[in-house]
Design a protein around this ligand. Sequence first.
Ligand code: SF4
Length: 100
Amino acid sequence: MTYGLHELHEHPSESMNWRRHRSGCPNYRERWFPQSDTDAGEPMYQVFCLLNTPPETFEEQEKCLASRGQCWRLAETAESKRRSARSDIPLSSVKRRKPA
Ligand code: SF4
C-alpha cells in the first residue's frame, strides 16, 4: 500500500511528525511538507485539531496558537452564554400594569 504525501496515516497525537506549539493550544498539531510544490497548489503544511474543530481561517489559526490554557471556541461560547444569561430577564420579574 502506498500513501500520498498529504494523506493522514498516523495519528497526530502520537506521531512526532506532527508538531505542537509551545505557546499554542495543547490540541493543536501541525505538520510541514518541505517538498511540496506550492506552484502546483500543494499545501505547505497541514493543521489538525484533536477536538475535531480545526481552525478554518488564518485568524482562527492565530487564536489557536494563542490559546494555551483553553480552546478559544469554548471560551467564546462560554462568554456568549454568560452575556446572554445576563441579558435574559426572567418573565416572573416583569410586572404588568393592570387595566384601569
Ligand atoms: S480549535 Fe480549539 S481545540 Fe482545536 S486547536 Fe484550536 S484552540 Fe485547540
